[in-house]
Design a protein around this ligand. Structure first.
Ligand code: DAH
Length: 342
């Protein structure tokens, strides 16, 4: 027993002299208070103490434990209030570590930009359902059941009810807005659309469009051209050139497609513009009288224009992205490049 008492005295002396150097608190805790620490070892000696001495030793051991614990608390408070020894080497004027910033998806960035450009011209945002019926996606848009132009868009039908489908374009929102019967209408409709296409660098089974529709009295093709010209300049810069080519859409008459001068080669000819110097960016035209009548709008009184563009296409041109699949792969190395853009 005397050995034990002597040993405790030695430990106590050690503890008293333990100084608060670097990492001292943790070293102390492990050495004295840890699961295999000195206090535990000493306490374990209790079982060797004869019964009649147990009370007396119990007290001594307990005191020892409290002694060690007090020292631990003292070390903690000392080190907490102490700057590290190297404090004179710390440059407090250095900037802090940068927090990693998230980024918006490029499709959202461009979608927001398109919206804000048209909002400045007085267009309001309208949205519609992605699961649509035949009337709003096709028939009302002057695409009756056996119309060959339905083949332009490979459609996903809902298997439980083939009268429903995933919308193939955002033009369904045009119909829904016109059916509300409140005129004039000046809207843009951003949203996701679906087509049964093989996924490649240039096509995907889902993508995004922005539809535009302006219906009022005396709207002309000149208004359409000026609106889209303003959009393109705001989006791509003042130097960009545009051209309109005649085209065909069942819901517009006349119809056109708009090209912009290739931003990659500046019009000289490259792979992106297939060496023509021009890139197609949207379809447009004057709302077909049949479409207006389908939505109970008097086509003798009202006229209007519509347009539709793919957000992916605009984004690829703006940021020179060559593969459409990047937009849906969630590769952070791709997404991080848009940090800071809004
Ligand atoms: N809906 C057409 C498509 O998905 C795009 C389009 C073309 C929309 C002409 C329009 C328009 O509103 O007038 O290919």
């Amino acid at each position: 027993m005397d050995n034990l008492l002597q040993q405790i005295d030695i430990y106590k002396k050690e503890i008293t002299e333990f100084s608060a150097e670097k990492d001292a608190t943790e070293i102390f805790r492990i050495k004295y208070l840890g699961t295999k620490g000195v206090v535990k070892i000493v306490m374990a000696e209790m079982k060797n103490v004869p019964n009649e001495k147990k009370r007396e030793f119990g007290q001594i051991l307990n005191e020892f434990k409290i002694f060690a614990e007090n020292k631990y608390e003292e070390l903690k408070s000392v080190t907490r209030n102490q700057l590290p020894e190297t404090s004179n080497q710390i440059d407090l004027t250095l900037p802090g570590d940068a927090l990693p910033l998230g980024s918006r998806h490029p499709i959202s960035i461009v979608k927001n930009k398109i919206i804000s450009i048209f909002q400045r011209l007085g267009f309001a945002v309208a949205e519609g359902p992605e699961i649509e019926d035949d009337w709003h996606n096709f028939t009302a848009l002057n695409l009756p059941e056996d119309h060959p132009a339905r083949d332009m868009q490979d459609t996903f039908y809902i298997s439980q009810n083939p009268a429903w489908m995933l919308r193939t374009h955002t033009s369904n929102v045009q119909v829904r807005e016109m059916e509300k019967g409140k005129l004039p209408i000046r809207i843009i409709c951003p949203g996701r659309v679906y087509r049964n296409e093989t996924i490649s660098a240039r096509a995907h089974c889902f993508f995004h469009q922005v539809e535009g529709l302006y219906i009022a009295e005396n709207v002309s093709f000149a208004d359409l051209k000026q609106t889209l010209y303003f959009f393109v300049q705001e989006m791509f810069g003042q130097d960009v050139k545009v051209r309109f080519r005649p085209s065909y859409f069942p819901f517009t008459e006349p119809s056109a497609e708009m090209d912009i001068s290739c931003l990659i080669c500046g019009g000289a000819g490259c792979n992106i513009c297939k060496h023509t110097g021009w890139v197609e960016i949207l379809g447009c035209g004057m709302a077909h009288p049949k479409l207006l009548e389908n939505c109970s709008i008097d086509s003798n009184k009202y006229s209007g224009f519509a347009f539709g563009m793919g957000i992916e296409r605009i984004t690829m041109l703006k940021y020179q992205i060559k593969d459409l699949r990047l937009f849906s792969e969630n590769d952070v190395r791709f997404l991080k490049q848009f940090t800071g853009a809004v």
